[in-house]
Design a protein around this ligand. Structure first.
Ligand code: CP
Ligand code: NVA
Length: 298
């Protein structure tokens, strides 16, 4: 039994196993031979909104033979203050696995420690591991290995998605350039811990120059709504648009984890010009998560 709690601690061999299996799950979608969750019920416990993650886990669990059970965290007693460790011990006696979207990374880790069932991080304030696994799979599918390539992350360089890219860079030997205003750059302590070939700059043109992949995420992550006004001001200009794409390699990919806020982190024309990649990236959440679900049982 395994948990996927963060990319920080995911060994490269497991990363590769998941990505390899993703290709099989994608190619053989809906084939009844892949039913590792037959007879199982998996809880999806979400404290934040979701379109892609909820859909892809609900569909993925069904396609693997299991039954998903969506629990909005505000509707269960957790929302009235029942401790995580008690919720975990109850759920661990009733369901076979848990997919959790919440705020504090510590809460997912505590749930995993007390529940005794496979636990998957479906986004916390610290990391979004399923997203970055799908992103890397999408890049590999379209352009081959990321090793030795240049990824430029533009925007809120201190968010969960940027953090997971940092851990991936250290493991996959690609160059990661984070272009963000000073206030939204990753903590130096985190970069030191991660190692790898990572640079941080406030110069987004320099970061995009010769890049193989331009990537962005929202300026206002869930839970940061109180800072929205300040973030919109400080992050203005940290946008993927036609002028920035021109600085990257001619065959560079543009990706966005979605949801996208056109006119902020990406402009309409660039999003639509790269829609095939961006929506395939979204679809790949389904395939990669089926591989993750299967891997947790091993
Ligand atoms: N990218 C992503 O995780 O989307 P949702 O918030 O819609 O799940
Ligand atoms: N950084 C964003 C990702 C959304 C999928 C957030 O946490 O809201």
């Amino acid at each position: 039994m395994k948990h996927l709690l963060k990319l920080e601690t995911l060994p490269r061999t497991d990363f590769e196993k998941i990505l390899g299996d993703t290709a099989v799950f994608k190619r053989e979608r809906n084939q009844p031979k892949h039913q590792p969750l037959a007879g199982q019920t998996w809880a999806l416990m979400f404290s934040k909104q979701s379109t892609r993650t909820r859909l892809s886990f609900e569909v993925g669990i069904r396609e693997l033979g299991g039954m998903p059970m969506f629990l909005s965290a505000v509707d269960i007693q957790l929302g009235r203050g029942e401790p995580i460790k008690d919720t975990a011990r109850v759920m661990g006696r009733m369901v076979h696995g848990a997919v959790i979207r919440t705020f504090a990374q510590h809460d997912v880790e505590e749930f995993a420690a007390y529940s005794g069932i496979p636990t998957i991080n479906a986004l916390t304030d610290d990391e979004h591991p399923c997203q970055i696994l799908a992103d890397i799979f999408t890049y590999q599918e379209k352009r081959g290995s990321l090793e030795g390539k240049i990824v430029a992350f533009v925007g809120d360089g201190a968010c969960n998605v940027a953090n997971s890219w940092i851990w991936a860079a250290a493991k996959f030997n690609f160059e990661l350039r984070i272009a963000a205003p000073k206030k939204f750059q990753p903590a130096p302590e985190l970069l030191k811990r991660a190692g790898g070939h990572i640079s941080v700059t406030s110069d987004l043109q320099a970061a995009a120059h010769g890049a193989d992949l331009l990537y962005t995420d929202v300026w206002v992550s869930m839970g940061k709504e109180a800072e929205a006004k300040e973030r919109m001001q400080i992050l203005t200009g940290y946008q993927i648009n036609g002028a920035l794409v021109k600085l990257a390699k001619p065959d560079a990919l543009v990706m966005h984890c979605l949801p996208a806020y056109r006119g902020n982190e990406i402009d309409e024309a660039t999003l639509e010009a790269h829609a095939d990649t961006i929506f395939e990236e979204a679809e790949n959440r389904l395939h990669v998560q089926k591989a993750i679900l299967n891997w947790t049982l091993t």
